[in-house]
Design a protein around this ligand. Structure first.
Ligand code: OAD
Length: 329
């Protein structure tokens, strides 16, 4: 089997290396990505985001030392993921409603990273933002809803555990109070349409992924540990010549360095493997390790977009409103 793959790899090598050479990064860092954008061929950027992009807004991520999953005492969970499990929700919906109270849209302002995504849209470069976050801060920047795929759902709609639609204004009141709500029809607990472990992702996730990665010419992944599937698998969907950038505090999503994955990478067989930052075979994966707000600011400076980013951030009306309400309290 490996011999056959090696032969195929050798045959495909000429073809794929030509495609890769056309888009290969000069350097595997922000500078390399900036140069790639400046060449002018980038028109369909796909952004993938996770909890890290909302940390500077004041929302903890999940798996960091001070993340939500480390605050078990505060949430009274038997084990971290229970907060997103149906079985536990059925028994003790209070933990999820406490999270809903802390996270409900309107309490936090978008971060510079959220505005970077808006800036990509304003420049006509954003194909889609796939987010795992349920805080809806992407759209709080003014980004149109159709540009966002809320892969793990959000608070825009809700149903009881028997599937009856719930009145969203009543759900909002319950979430803001942190008090579990029950269905008027059957008495079951009502759950905002957040995707719990074991539940299917919204159909739109799969539909958009199928179309978007056909045309994606740059993938930017920001603030996620890339451990939750199927979301994490999206990094393998861009075509094999398409550059990918990871902006994160830690490395993640890297391909296992086996003989088979090396062959796949060399030959461009199939779409993909995880990131390949260090290998001699890398031609398209760039890495910025650090705070995401710093990473996007640096990238914008390199592209001459920094004034535009700063203007978007300065005009953030939600931040002004939140600051004003803090002063008056
Ligand atoms: P995680 O908490 O797993 O990962 C957050 C990542 O962001 C980590 O790699 C951090 O190092 C990084 N990070 C934190 N702050 C950062 C910063 N300021 N700048 C750059 N990077 C930073 O969160 P997710 O990957 O989003 O599921 O978690 C995925 C899913 O797991 C969530 O959607 C949630 C959870 O169970 C549901 O809500 C259903």
């Amino acid at each position: 089997m490996l011999e056959l793959m090696e032969r195929l790899a050798a045959e495909r090598l000429g073809e794929s290396s030509a495609a890769a050479a056309a888009t290969a990064l000069e350097t595997f860092d922000l500078r390399g990505i900036a140069k790639h954008i400046e060449r002018g061929g980038v028109k369909n950027v796909v952004v993938m985001t996770g909890a890290g992009i909302s940390v500077s807004a004041g929302i903890p991520d999940f798996r960091s030392e001070r993340g939500l999953y480390a605050r078990l005492g505060e949430y009274d969970l038997p084990y971290p993921q229970a907060i997103f499990e149906l079985g536990y929700f059925r028994e003790k919906p209070e933990a999820f409603y406490k999270l809903a109270k802390d996270l409900y849209p309107g309490l936090y302002a978008p971060t510079p990273t959220h505005y970077f995504i808006k800036l990509l849209h304003d420049r006509g470069l954003l194909r889609r933002c796939f987010t795992q976050n349920i805080d809806s801060l992407e759209c709080a920047t003014g980004l149109p809803k159709d540009k966002v795929v809320a892969a793990h759902g959000n608070f825009d709609s809700a149903k009881c555990l028997n599937g009856h639609d719930a009145n969203i204004y009543e759900v909002e009141r319950a979430c803001r109070a942190g008090t579990p709500m029950t269905c008027a029809k059957c008495g079951e607990f009502v759950k905002p349409d957040i995707v719990f472990f074991g539940e299917n992702l919204p159909r739109r996730f799969f539909e958009c992924a199928q179309k978007d990665f056909e045309v994606c010419d740059l993938l930017i992944v920001i603030g996620t540990s890339l451990v939750v599937h199927p979301f994490a698998g999206l990094i393998e969907r861009p075509k094999e010549h398409v550059p990918r950038l990871l902006i994160n505090l830690e490395r993640c999503g890297e391909a296992q360095n086996t003989r088979v994955t090396k062959l796949y990478r060399m030959a461009g067989l199939g779409r993909g493997t995880g990131f390949d930052f260090d290998e001699a075979t890398n031609y398209r994966d760039a890495l910025f390790l650090g705070q995401c707000d710093d990473g996007v600011a640096e990238l914008c400076s390199m592209l001459g977009w920094k004034d535009d980013l700063d203007a978007l951030i300065a005009n953030c009306t939600i931040k002004k409103r939140l600051q004003a309400s803090k002063i008056s309290n």
